[in-house]
Write a protein that binds this ligand. Structure first.
Ligand SMILES: Cc1cc2nc3c(=O)[nH]c(=O)nc-3n(C[C@H](O)[C@H](O)[C@H](O)COP(=O)(O)O)c2cc1C
Ligand code: SF4
Length: 438
């Protein structure tokens, strides 16, 4: 294992991860000893509007993929409208490669619970939900236990800490569909319907859960709220870059020595993250990687020094997404990796709109043909043409995301495709796996 250099270790900024290695970090006693619920006590003394302003001032942007400014989102909730307001935490975490919300809920569930109470108080919600993906049984158990502990200690329920504020918090397990991470499909699923995206407008801020004003935020977004309340907006902005403030949990997977979660100021580079993670596995050289999960365009070795914040990654032609950096080496095939991702999107497409439902179906078949050594040069045009008809024409972001690795792998690694088509690379799929590919 390569020892990280001291200057790269200094790059770690543990804020959301700071309690993860403490013994029994998930128990309320440990949490309270380590600053837990101090932010809530402070927040309940503040006016809700001041809390919204604080989050605006901090520059916090959503950690669920799109990077929408959180304070602005909270400010959209109409006040004095006489309707119930809801906070819904998106804990679906289905994006391939993404692994930051589940470890947070497993190791430090109270950080999320405390964030939920403060955020709900700010938007004047009396009921909040955490929608967690069905497969995440262990995390859900820890979370439910934490919620019960919070009720028992008077942090949830009626008259929280004698402030006069009431909040009920429900943990709801989904059935494990990627589309239920899309916020409007999530709301439909929570209401008991089949999880499919809703037409927008109207937006959840006015017509969300049960047609009432609703904020949907990612786990990491909400867990960032208590540290901001305690540390202040300027402290939060002292980390990260001008438009991408604060720390971020980057999850590294693939061909690295120590895969895992590394919390760093936004704007850290992959070169620095790789040093923290012990470098590439012996015998492997970086070839391609995703900056934010499989829905974000691939980057190549030439992008090692791109600042991993919203602006830096966009300038390099990709998207920061969920900061799921999946690392592939010169021993991995970008054509095959893209095919496997497409199988995922094809399987997870909810079927509501034609471009995504049909386009992913056809692209999977074209990839099977290429990988079985039976592809043609025209297949590459067909792939690009299909992507053109999916991107921007799909009903939700799943369709758009599916095209990312196709177009970017063709941009950087066209030769790999040609090597299959022209017979220089041995087929990866057999004729048997080719059923339906023509
Ligand atoms: C197909 C699809 C899947 C998504 N999955 C998730 C998810 O698992 N978790 C998440 O927080 N956001 C997910 N999102 C983004 C949400 O729609 C939404 O933008 C996010 O929850 C807002 O929270 P934030 O502002 O705190 O980032 C997904 C979006 C799409 C299109
Ligand atoms: S883009 Fe795909 S997942 Fe989204 S609505 Fe259309 S079919 Fe469903």
């Amino acid at each position: 294992m390569t020892t990280p250099r001291p200057e790269t270790v200094a790059k770690l900024t543990p804020v959301l991860t700071k309690r993860w290695l403490s013994p029994d970090a998930w128990r309320i006693g440990t949490y309270e000893q380590l600053d837990g619920y101090a932010a809530l006590r402070k927040a309940l003394k503040a006016h809700p509007d001041d809390l919204i302003q604080l989050i605006k001032d901090s520059g916090l942007r959503g950690r669920g993929g799109a990077g929408f400014p959180t304070g602005l989102k909270w400010g959209f909730i109409p006040q004095g409208d006489g309707k119930p307001h809801y906070l819904v935490v998106n804990a679906d975490e289905g994006e391939p490669g993404t692994c930051k919300d589940l470890p947070l809920m497993t190791h430090d569930p109270h950080a999320l619970v405390e964030g939920v109470i403060i955020a709900s108080y700010a938007i004047r919600a009396a009921r909040a939900y955490i929608y967690i993906r069905g497969e995440a049984v262990h995390a859900a158990r820890r979370l439910r236990n934490a919620v019960q502990e919070a009720y028992d200690k008077g942090y949830l329920g009626r008259n929280i800490l004698r402030s006069g504020y009431d909040l009920e918090l429900v943990v709801h397990s989904g059935a494990g569909a990627y589309i239920c991470g899309e916020e409007t499909a999530l709301l439909d699923s929570l209401e008991g319907f089949r999880g499919q995206p809703r037409l927008r407008p109207p937006f959840p801020a006015t017509h969300g859960l049960y047609a009432s004003p609703t904020v949907v935020n990612n786990v990491g977004t909400i867990a960032s709220v208590p540290p901001i309340v305690l540390g202040g907006a300027d402290w939060w902005k002292s980390m990260g870059t001008e438009k991408s403030s604060g720390p971020m949990i980057y999850s590294l997977s693939g061909r690295v020595v120590n895969p895992g979660q590394y919390e760093c100021s936004m704007g850290v580079t992959l070169r620095e993250l790789l040093e923290l993670a012990g470098g590439m596995q012996p015998g492997h050289n970086l070839r391609f990687w995703t900056p934010g999960g499989s829905s974000t365009p691939l980057l190549a070795a030439e992008h090692l020094d791109v600042p991993l914040d919203f602006e830096g990654v966009a300038a390099a032609g990709s998207i920061l997404g969920t900061t799921a950096t999946q690392i592939f080496s010169d021993q991995d095939c970008p054509v095959y990796a893209t095919y496997r991702w497409l199988e995922f999107y094809h399987h997870e497409s909810c079927g509501k709109c034609t471009p995504c439902r049909e386009g992913n179906y056809w692209m999977v078949r074209v990839y099977r043909r290429i990988l079985a050594g039976q592809g043609t040069h025209e297949d590459l045009d067909t792939l690009l043409d299909t992507c053109d008809n999916i991107l921007g024409r799909s009903f939700c972001g799943l369709g758009d995301g599916a095209t990312s690795s196709v177009t970017s792998s063709l941009k950087y690694f066209k030769q790999d495709y040609l090597d299959y088509i022209e017979g220089r690379t041995a087929p990866k799929l057999s004729d048997k796996q080719l059923v339906g590919a023509h």
